[in-house]
Design a protein around this ligand. Structure first.
Ligand code: ADE
Length: 242
């Protein structure tokens, strides 16, 4: 998978070279290009923003700079990439979106700052490529960089060969529509707190049932909206009794 990120703060994306993402790069599983938007400015101040039509606070990112930058980054693409524009005004990013994007050849993230990017940049790009304006949650960040990093990590860990143990992705919170329950490791007792007996029993059926019950309990108390969204066949008789 190819991933390009356009930003006025390329250093913000430094963590893509670390840990799991860095390994995916080293192994050739992904290639990442981080581009400084100001490279496509033509004035001495390298300005990327201007005051908004219609008035109001803040500044808007100029279409001319973004247009050239996107043309350039997409020019050598084999097929048109999917353009992702992180914005608090977007559709909420979730695990199914991460899974869908993990099947793409090429993702381009356009990170806006200030009040956002001139809408014509998005409308123009949409004439040539799929475009999604996406939010990572109901709060406002100072720019799209941290959101892009979040989404990149969620997508890349789903690529085949990236996670050491592929079962980790299958057992994720959300993969069966529920939050994952608690987990434990050695020692058996720590500061007077013991690992639940059943996890040490070796009875695999009992362990699975216990984990399922804790996942259900946790989801009911923390995310009742996820329970409401479950299809009837996602619950068994024992679940319903809980
Ligand atoms: N930019 C600023 N806030 C954001 C958010 N919540 N999600 C995505 N991009 C953003």
């Amino acid at each position: 998978m190819r991933i390009d990120v356009l930003t006025i703060f390329p250093d913000y994306l430094a963590p893509v070279r670390e840990a799991l993402l860095g390994k995916a790069i080293d192994r050739g599983r992904i290639s990442v290009g981080v581009h400084d938007l100001r490279d496509w400015t033509h004035d001495v101040h390298r300005s990327v923003d201007d005051s908004p039509y219609g008035g109001g606070p803040g500044m808007v990112m100029k279409p001319s700079v973004w247009g050239e930058a996107l043309d350039s980054v997409c020019a050598d693409a084999v097929e048109q990439p999917r353009l992702v524009v992180p914005t608090p005004a977007g559709v909420t990013f979730d695990q199914p979106t991460a899974r869908r994007w993990s099947g793409e050849q090429h993702l381009v993230f356009a990170c806006g700052r200030y009040e956002g990017i001139d809408q014509r940049v998005i409308d123009d790009a949409a004439r040539r490529m799929p475009v999604e304006e996406v939010s990572i949650g109901d709060y406002v960040l100072v720019g799209g960089e941290v959101a892009a990093l979040t989404m990149i990590e969620a997508v890349v860990r789903l690529l085949p060969g990236v996670l050491g143990n592929p079962a980790s992705a299958e057992q994720d919170s959300f993969s069966d529509g529920l939050l994952e329950g608690p987990c434990y490791t050695r020692p058996e007792t720590w500061r007077g707190l013991s690992v639940p007996e059943v996890l040490r029993s070796g009875d695999h059926a009992a362990v699975s049932r216990w984990q399922r019950d804790r996942a259900l309990e946790r989801t009911v108390s923390r995310r009742p909206d996820l329970i409401d969204a479950l299809a009837p066949e996602q619950l068994d008789d024992r679940d319903r009794a809980l």
